[in-house]
Design a protein around this ligand. Structure first.
Ligand SMILES: *Cc1c(COP(=O)(O)O)cnc(C)c1O
Length: 496
C-alpha cells in the first residue's frame, strides 16, 4: 500500500508521493501531509553503520513509497555527491558544549542544499512516472538562501525552468551576488521591491490562480514549487537528524535510545518540522527548541498559543529567519488539531484575513515537545564572539541565534541531555555581520575582502562557493513591484 498525501485543508483526494512532489501544493491552498508518520524500521546500531546516502534511502523510502528502489537510489546518488565538500555530507562538530550538525557543505554553503540538491531529481522522476508532458516551471520566493540553492539544483535540468523572486533590499550582498550570477538558460532571477513575505504571498497567489495555470497549460507549462512547503524538501531534511543521532551513537557520545535535544534556527518552520517528524518516527528526542531572531512570532506563539503576524518586520543579521508567516507551521497545526482539516482551514483562514489566530488549550498540549526562545541582534553578535573566544569556532548569525537560544533554554533547566544544534549556514555567507561581531572594522570593505580576513582569522579556507562568484558577471538585473510578478514570469516564458 502506497503512502498517500492529504491536504491540511481537506477537500481533495489523497495523492501519491510523486504527485505531491510534482504539484508542490494542493489545489485548495493547503499543504500536503503524509497520511501517517512512518516508524523507522532499523535499529540505531544498524543505522549507525550507514553512509549518508544509505541513510537517505532508508528514511526517504518510508515516505516516497511509489518511487522504485532504483529511482530513489538514483536520485540520492546524483544529489549527494562531490558537490558537497565532505564525503560525510553533514558532519557533526563539537564546540562549546554542544554538537553542531553542519548542514552547509553543499554548493551554496547553506542548509537549503540538503534538500534542494535532490528535489530536481525527485521532481523530474515524478514527472516521468506521471507522464507529464508539460515543462515544469519552478516558482520560488526566497529570503536569501533558498533561491541560490534552488537555482543551483535546477540549472540545466532538462524539462524544467526556474524563476526566483528575492527581496532586492533584504538579502546579504553575497547572497545577492550568488543569485544574480547564476548561469543556465532555464534560470531567471528577479528582485522585488517588497520583503520576503510579499514575495511569498505573491508566489502563493500565482499557484492558486486557476486562470494563470490554464494560460500556462495552453503554452505547455505547469507550475511547481521548490519552496520548503514541497514534501520533496521536507522528507530529505528528516534524514540528517537521524544521521546526526547515528553519528553520536557511533562516536560513543550517546547510548542507544538515549534522548537528545535539537535546537533549530527557524524561519519558515521547515527544518524544525523535519526534526519533529524524525521524533515522531521514533528518534529519541526530548525537546525541539525553536530559535527565533527578533522576528519572534514563533516564540510568542509557543508562549501564548496566539500566532500574530501583525507587527513590524525587522531586518536582522539572520535574514533567512526574517519571516512573519512560517508556512510549514500549518503542518504542525494540522497535526495538533487531530488531523482535522476543518479546524486547520479555519485557523489558516483567520491568518490570511486577520493575520492572527489562537489555538485551543487542547491543541496547546500538542506543543509539549517544543520550547521557543529568541535572541536579540546584540545577543546574536555576542554569541558569535563568545563561541569564537571559547572554541575558535566561527558561527554564522543564524546558527548563533540557535546557539544563544540553547544557552537560554539551559539556564532555565537542569537538563543534562546531549544537545544538537542545526548549523544552517557557513559564516562565509555572512562575512560582514560575522566580522563585525568578532570586533573587526568592516566599514568601507567589500564582502569578499572581509571573507579573506575571516579566513585568516578563523584558519578556515574560503569555500569554493564564495571564490566562484567573486569575479562572476551579473546575468540577472530585473527588479519589479510585487503586483508585476506574474508578468515577469510570462516574459521569461515568452508568452506575453
Ligand atoms: C532557511 C534558513 C533557515 C530557516 O529554516 P526554515 O526551514 O525556513 O525554518 C535558517 N538558517 C538558514 C541559514 C537558512 O537558509
Amino acid at each position: 500500500m502506497d503512502m498517500m498525501y492529504n491536504s491540511t485543508r481537506g477537500g481533495t483526494a489523497p495523492v501519491t508521493a510523486s504527485k505531491a512532489v510534482l504539484k508542490g501544493i494542493p489545489d485548495n491552498g493547503g499543504l500536503f501531509v503524509p497520511e501517517r508518520i512512518p516508524r523507522l524500521e532499523k535499529s540505531f546500531s544498524e543505522l549507525a553503520q550507514m553512509s549518508y546516502q544509505e541513510m537517505a534511502y532508508e528514511v526517504m523510502r518510508l515516505y516516497l513509497t511509489d518511487f522504485t528502489e532504483e529511482e530513489l537510489k538514483d536520485c540520492i546518488t546524483k544529489a549527494y555527491d562531490g558537490k558537497f565538500d565532505t564525503p560525510v555530507i553533514a558532519p557533526v562538530h563539537e564546540a562549546d558544549g554542544a554538537y553542531f550538525l553542519e548542514l552547509f557543505h553543499g554548493p551554496t554553503i547553506a542548509f537549503k542544499d540538503m534538500a534542494l540538491s535532490i528535489l530536481p531529481y525527485l521532481m523530474t522522476t515524478a514527472a516521468r512516472k506521471n507522464r507529464t508532458e508539460n515543462e515544469i516551471v519552478i516558482l520560488t520566493a526566497t529570503s536569501g538562501d533558498t533561491g541560490k540553492a534552488a537555482l543551483a539544483g535546477f540549472a540545466g535540468v532538462p524539462g524544467t525552468r526556474i524563476v526566483v523572486f528575492y527581496p532586492k533590499y533584504g538579502v546579504s550582498p553575497i547572497q545577492e551576488k550568488q543569485m544574480v550570477t547564476q548561469e543556465g538558460e532555464n534560470t531567471c532571477v528577479v528582485g522585488i521591491t517588497g520583503n520576503f513575505d510579499d514575495a511569498q504571498t505573491a508566489v502563493k497567489k500565482m499557484f492558486g490562480d486557476r486562470a494563470f495555470s490554464r494560460e500556462l497549460d495552453r503554452k505547455g507549462f505547469q507550475l511547481s514549487s521548490a519552496n520548503s512547503i514541497n514534501i520533496g524538501r521536507l522528507v530529505p531534511q528528516i534524514v540528517y537528524y537521524v544521521y546526526a543521532y547515528a553519528c553520536l551513537l557511533k562516536q560513543g557520545r550517546i547510548r542507544e535510545g538515549e534522548e537528545i535535544n535539537i535546537t533549530v534556527p527557524t524561519g519558515n518552520f521547515g527544518n524544525i518540522l523535519a526534526a519533529y517528524y524524525a521524533k515522531n518516527m521514533g528518534l529519541p528526542v526530548h525537546r525541539l527548541i525553536c530559535a527565533s531572531n527578533e522576528n519572534k512570532v514563533l516564540y510568542d506563539f509557543f508562549r501564548t498559543g496566539v500566532y500574530d503576524r501583525n507587527r513590524d518586520f525587522i531586518l536582522t543579521s539572520s535574514p533567512s529567519m526574517d519571516i512573519l508567516i512560517s508556512s510549514n507551521l500549518e503542518r504542525l497545526i494540522y497535526r495538533i488539531a487531530g488531523e482535522d482539516p476543518e479546524k486547520c482551514s479555519r485557523l489558516m483562514g483567520m491568518l490570511s484575513e486577520e493575520g492572527c489566530y489562537e489555538i485551543s488549550s487542547e491543541m496547546r498540549q500538542g506543543l509539549a515537545d517544543f520550547s521557543g526562545y529568541y535572541l536579540s541582534e546584540a545577543e546574536t553578535a555576542r554569541t558569535i564572539a563568545d563561541c569564537f573566544r571559547k572554541s575558535r569556532y566561527v558561527l554564522d548569525p543564524h546558527t548563533a541565534v540557535a546557539a544563544g537560544v540553547l544557552k537560554k533554554y539551559l539556564s532555565g533547566t537542569s537538563d543534562p541531555r546531549v544537545n544538537v544544534i542545526a548549523s544552517t549556514a557557513s559564516p562565509f555567507k555572512f562575512t560582514r555581520s560575522v566580522m563585525s561581531a568578532l570586533g573587526f572594522e568592516t566599514e568601507g570593505k567589500d564582502d569578499f575582502a572581509l571573507a579573506d580576513e575571516l579566513s585568516a582569522v578563523s584558519q578556515v579556507p574560503i569555500p569554493r562557493a564564495v571564490e566562484l562568484i567573486r569575479s562572476a558577471p551579473v546575468l540577472h538585473d530585473t527588479v519589479v513591484d510585487p503586483p508585476q510578478m506574474p508578468d515577469a514570469v510570462r516574459r521569461f516564458l515568452g508568452i506575453n
